[in-house]
Design a binder for this molecule. Structure first.
Ligand SMILES: *Cc1c(COP(=O)(O)O)cnc(C)c1O
Length: 390
C-alpha cells in the first residue's frame, strides 16, 4: 500500500498522544529558576547590558560547551555576523555555506559585504558533504599565496560555515581536513545544536568560532539571544569589544576606536538563560526520548523514515524530521495540510537558500540532493514536554 498522509498523522499521534490545544513544533519549557532570576534583575535594576547574569551566563555556557570563551549577544544572527568578521571575512570574498539552512546563515555573510556560495549536503547528516565539497573545490579553485581563489569568479574563498541541521552534527573531521588543505576558516553555525556532540566534542567548539542561538524556538532560550564561542582568547576579546560599540573602557569618556555594533545581550535575557542552562540536560534527554519513540513508531510505516543520528554523534534532537523515501511535493503538501488542520504543527524544510530571490544569482555547486530534499523533509512536533504519549 502507498504511504498516505493519514498514516503519518496517525503515527505522530501514537507517539505524542491526544492534545486539547494546538501542538507547536517546539515550545520553550520554563520549569526552573527563570522567574526568580528575572525578578532579581528587575528588583535590583540591572536589566540592561550591565549586570552579573551576563558574565555568569557566558561563563556557564563556555563551561558547558567546553570552550574557553563565550560572548553573549542579542541573537544568533548577530553572533554569526560578528564571527564572520572576526574570522577575517571581507567585502567581495566568498563564504561556502549549505543551501539547506535558515536564511540567517546567508544574510550574515551578506552583512559582511561577502558573497554566499552554496554547497551540497550529505543525506547522512543533512549538513555540508565534505567529500563533494573537496571534489568541487578541486574543480573550481586554484591556490595562490596560501589562498583559495574561485577560478570562475576570481574571488577569494575565505571561509566555510557548516550548519548542524536540526541538531544533527556535520561530519566535522573530514570537513576540517578540507579546510586545512584549502586554507579556509571554519565557523560553525551551531544555532540549533546546543547540546549536540560530534565524537564527544560539542557543536560550536570545533571551528575557529561557533555561533549559538537562544531564540524562543531553540533548545534553550533567553527570549531572544545568541552567543559567540571560541577557544581563541584574542578573538573573544575582540568579539566583546566589537559587540559593545567598540567603546574603550573609561570612567566617563565615550571613546570608540572603530565602527562597532550594539549587539550585547541584556542582563534580563541572560538571567533567563542561566535558569534555562541549569535544565539543558533534562531538555535534551526528554527530546532524545521523544526522538527514539518516533524512530520506533515510524519503522513500520513504509515510504518514510524518521531522520536518525549517525554513529559517533549525539544529537540534541532539536527538530525531528520525517524523510519521504522519494521527493513527492503532492504528498508533502497533503501531510502539511492534514497535520496542521488537525492541531499538529508540521512544516517543510526551509526553502533552499539558492532559490530565494536575493540569492538565486549567487555562485553554487550542483544542488540536486538539496532540491530533492525540499520535497522530502517534514519537521514534526518536538517539544521536550511531549514525552507524555503512550
Ligand atoms: C535560529 C537560527 C539562526 C539565527 O538565530 P536567531 O537567534 O534567530 O537570530 C541562524 N542559523 C540557524 C541555522 C538557525 O536555525
Amino acid at each position: 500500500m502507498n504511504l498516505t498522509s493519514h498514516q503519518i498523522l496517525k503515527t505522530i499521534k501514537r507517539v505524542i498522544g491526544d492534545h486539547e490545544s494546538f501542538v507547536p513544533l517546539h515550545e520553550p519549557t520554563f520549569g526552573g529558576n527563570e522567574w526568580i532570576y528575572v525578578k532579581e534583575c528587575i528588583d535590583e535594576g540591572w536589566v540592561s547590558s550591565v549586570g552579573s547574569y551576563v558574565d555568569r551566563f557566558e561563563r556557564e555556557l563556555a563551561e558547558y560547551i567546553g570552550v574557553k570563551h563565550a560572548v553573549a549577544v542579542v541573537n544568533g544572527t548577530a553572533a554569526l555576523h560578528i564571527s564572520l568578521l572576526l574570522a577575517g571575512v571581507k567585502s567581495k570574498e566568498e563564504v561556502l555555506i549549505p543551501s539547506i539552512s535558515f536564511v540567517a546563515t546567508a544574510n550574515a555573510v551578506t552583512y559582511c559585504g561577502a558573497v554566499p556560495h552554496f554547497i551540497e549536503v550529505s543525506t547522512e547528516t543533512l549538513g555540508i558533504d565534505p567529500n563533494l565539497l573537496e571534489q568541487y573545490l578541486n574543480d573550481i579553485s586554484y591556490r595562490k599565496d596560501g589562498q583559495t581563489i574561485n577560478r570562475i569568479t576570481g574571488r577569494i574563498i575565505r571561509a566555510v560555515v557548516p550548519m548542524h541541521t536540526f541538531g544533527h552534527p556535520v561530519d566535522m573531521e573530514p570537513l576540517l581536513e578540507v579546510c586545512q588543505r584549502y586554507g579556509l576558516v571554519c565557523i560553525e553555525d551551531a544555532a540549533e545544536s546546543l547540546g549536540s556532540t560530534y565524537k564527544n566534542q560539542h557543536a560550536g567548539s570545533m571551528g575557529l568560532l561557533g555561533a549559538i542561538s537562544f531564540n524562543g524556538n531553540k533548545v534553550t532560550t533567553t527570549g531572544g539571544g545568541g552567543a559567540i564561542v571560541t577557544n581563541n582568547t584574542e578573538i573573544a576579546r575582540k568579539a566583546k569589544h566589537l559587540t559593545t560599540t567598540a567603546k574603550l573602557p573609561h570612567k566617563w569618556a565615550f571613546i570608540h576606536d572603530e565602527v562597532g555594533y550594539n549587539y550585547r545581550m541584556p542582563n534580563l535575557n541572560a538571567a533567563l538563560g542561566c535558569a534555562q542552562l541549569e535544565q539543558i540536560d533534562t531538555f535534551v534527554n526528554k527530546k532524545r526520548a521523544l526522538y527514539k519513540k518516533y524512530v520506533q513508531e515510524f519503522k513500520s510505516v513504509e515510504g518514510v523514515l524518521l531522520f536518525e543520528e549517525k554513529t559517533g554523534v549525539r544529537s540534541n534532537c532539536w527538530l525531528n524530521a520525517l524523510i519521504l523515501d522519494q521527493p513527492n511535493k503532492l504528498l508533502l503538501d497533503e501531510v502539511l495540510e492534514l497535520t496542521n488542520s488537525n492541531g499538529l504543527m508540521t512544516r517543510p524544510v526551509w526553502t533552499p537558500l539558492h532559490l530565494l530571490p536575493m540569492y538565486q544569482d549567487m555562485p553554487s555547486m550542483p544542488l540536486m540532493r538539496t532540491e530533492q530534499l525540499q520535497y522530502q523533509i517534514i519537521n514534526i512536533p518536538s517539544s521536550p514536554s511531549l514525552t507524555g504519549g503512550r
